[in-house]
Design a protein around this ligand. Sequence first.
Ligand SMILES: N[C@@H](CCC(=O)N[C@@H](CS)C(=O)NCC(=O)O)C(=O)O
Length: 284
Amino acid sequence: MAKAATKSAKKAATKAAPKAAVKAAAKSGAKASAKAAAKAAAKATSKMAKPAKKPGIKLSMLRPSVNNMTVRVFARAAGLDPAETDAWGHTRSPEFLARNPAHLTPMIEDKGLPRGVLWESCAIMQYLANKHGLDKFYPKAPAKRAMIDSAMFYLVGTLYPYVARATYPALGFPQYAGEVGHSDAHPDKKSDAQKAAMAAIAEPLEVFHSFFRNGKPFIGGNNPSIADIRLAATLEFLAVIDYPLPKWAKEYVAALEKKLGKAYAEPAGDVRGYIAHVKSQARA
Ligand SMILES: N[C@@H](CCC(=O)N[C@@H](CS)C(=O)NCC(=O)O)C(=O)O
């Protein structure tokens, strides 16, 4: 896709070049000799062909959410320049539901998609990485890619449900139907369930460290992959319950933030700001 963008930029530049050449020739007062026109055309073409910017993406998102933070970080880190729409309070509106009956964010809109939209943070990152050839974040080699996929599925299927049960009560987010936190059980029972979920986080967390990182700075090796962005963002929520993150995890998030800079810090700031707000409310 980056290649296609370059191609079309060049095409547009070539198309515009003769006009620029005529303008340049007229300005100098000289008769448009073939040589001068060619020179001006070449200059105009090279000037216009330079920026091969990747196209922006349309993203509906909720700022306090780490599922959303994941895609917001990735889009920035990948230079995809997201045009973000804050979907707070709109996810269950008839207009949103008509496009996305799951009412979930993050959601991207893209004409190339069969239904025009895509939700699920990991699927969005996989799609965008595939579409734009972002192998740096999502390696093409099947074995390497399988490890990234495994880490992300393990996160969404195992770690995240524990994180949600442990943190959503403090975050003020609705819990999933069928769970103690969602029921009318006695507050003590809800508190026990929350504590059990918090205790359960340690095991999958250690799996990410010992198995998936396996002595390397990131799951992706020396550079962060989409699985690393997904994991670091998830860990951000744990601050709301003052979860005692192991030293490696604190260093891991700091290393990822250092590598990605503003691309990480800006969306993380929204999540951190929300957590600081929730905690200050709880203290008041
Ligand atoms: N597994 C999904 C989870 C998405 C999700 O739970 N999104 C929530 C915010 S954290 C949402 O948009 N909720 C709005 C609603 O259900 O109306 C992902 O990773 O994208």
